[in-house]
Each structure stands twice: as C-alpha cells, then as structure tokens.
Design a protein around this ligand. Structure first.
Ligand SMILES: [Zn+2]
Length: 217
C-alpha cells in the first residue's frame, strides 16, 4: 500500500497490486478517524490502524463499484448509500482484468460483492463528526446510482469518489445516468471546493476560472 500525506490530517492510500486502483483517503480527526473507500482488497489494515494511533476508525464507501468497496470484508461495519444498490448488480468483478494485477494478486480477490448490504446503512445529509473535522455526506448519483461525496467546509475539500477526478470520467455504465451526473457536478461546484480529492488520479486544486465555466454544463 502506497501512503502519501496530502496535508497534516489527510493521507492518500493506494493499492499497488491493481493498475486501476482507486484512491482511498484516511482522515485523522482529533477524536475519530475516517477511511473513505476500502479499495479492492489490498489495503494494509495494520498500517491504517497505526496511523489512527488508537482513535476509533469509521469507514465509508463512495459507491458500490468493486475497486472502491471490494476490501470491505477486512473492515467490518461500513457507512454507505445502499438506497439504490439493487440497480448496481451488473457492475462488479466482470469489469476486472487479470492482466491489470501484479503477480498473482488477481487470484486473491474475494467475490462476495453483495454481502456488504447486510453491514451498511444510509447516512445522507448528515455530518460525520471526527472532532476537529466534520464532513457532510452529499448524494451525488450519475456515475452510478449509489454515489455519494463528502465535503469538509473549513478547508473546502471535496471527496468526490468517481463523480469528479483528474482523468476520463465515466457516465456510461449500466447503472449510470448522464442527467443525474450533470446535476451532481453542479451541486458539488456550488460548494466552491478549493481542492477535490477524487476516486482516481491526482488531487485537483480549483481556481475561480472553473466556476466561470459552470454555466456551460
Ligand atoms: Zn466507479
């Protein structure tokens, strides 16, 4: 697991074993910590708990695509938006390609995609309180039906999952909806984030010019 410090409280966690790995984020609050997305199954739980230094660890997944939640069996109870999970059933392991994995990592992927339903629950519009860091959960469907984003209002940081990241965005899966996708992008840009930490690739630092372009959406 590659660990990169984004700022004094946020770590980016990446799974080297999978070429298309998602970005997972660990936020260290004064009272609690939060893991945003649990990867495909290669996160180093011990190292994550060491970074938490004894504080309770909460977990949330941005959406039900396998590269973001496949590692859930290592982490117990996870917050997620399961309101539309039945519409996501066609998206999962079939999108994975063995050649995208290092060595024999592909064989270690566990296919129990939908058991997570039993251990998660909806938490939309509420705040996740980590003490000195508070995050609002925002419903942002479009990439898929279950997508959520998280917004930290003090530093204006948006954790956007696969709604926005620095790269080709996808809104043509079986569970995607282009109208919802555009509405969700407008919704999160209205928050005027200064930094977007997406589900893949590098962080995005936003300038005023971005908001001027919003009318073109
Ligand atoms: Zn996705």
């Amino acid at each position: 697991m590659k660990t990169t410090k984004i700022n004094k409280q946020i770590y980016l966690l990446e799974e080297d074993e999978y070429k298309e790995h998602c970005n997972c984020y660990l936020i260290i609050g004064s009272d609690k910590c939060l893991l945003i997305d649990v990867g495909i199954g290669f996160l180093n739980k011990k190292k994550i708990l060491d970074l938490c230094n004894g504080k309770p660890l909460m977990k949330i997944v941005t959406h039900f695509h396998f590269d973001h939640y496949g590692g859930y069996h290592d982490f117990g109870k996870i917050f997620a938006n399961k309101s539309n999970i039945e519409k996501n059933k066609d998206v999962g392991l079939k999108y994975l390609c063995k050649t995208d994995f290092k060595n024999d990592s592909f064989e270690k992927i566990k296919d129990n995609s939908f058991q997570i339903e039993a251990s998660c629950f909806k938490q939309i519009g509420e705040c996740i309180n980590l003490g000195d860091v508070k995050l609002k959960v925002i419903l942002t469907p479009g990439h898929d039906k279950t997508s959520i984003s998280l917004f930290e209002p003090k530093e204006k940081i948006l954790f956007s999952g696969d709604l926005i990241y620095d790269g080709k965005l996808y809104f043509d899966f079986l569970d995607s909806d282009i109208k919802e996708f555009i509405a969700s992008i407008k919704k999160v840009l209205d928050l005027k984030p200064k930094m977007i930490l997406g589900g893949h690739n590098k962080p995005i630092i936003l300038t005023k010019d971005v908001y001027l372009c919003k009318q073109d959406l």
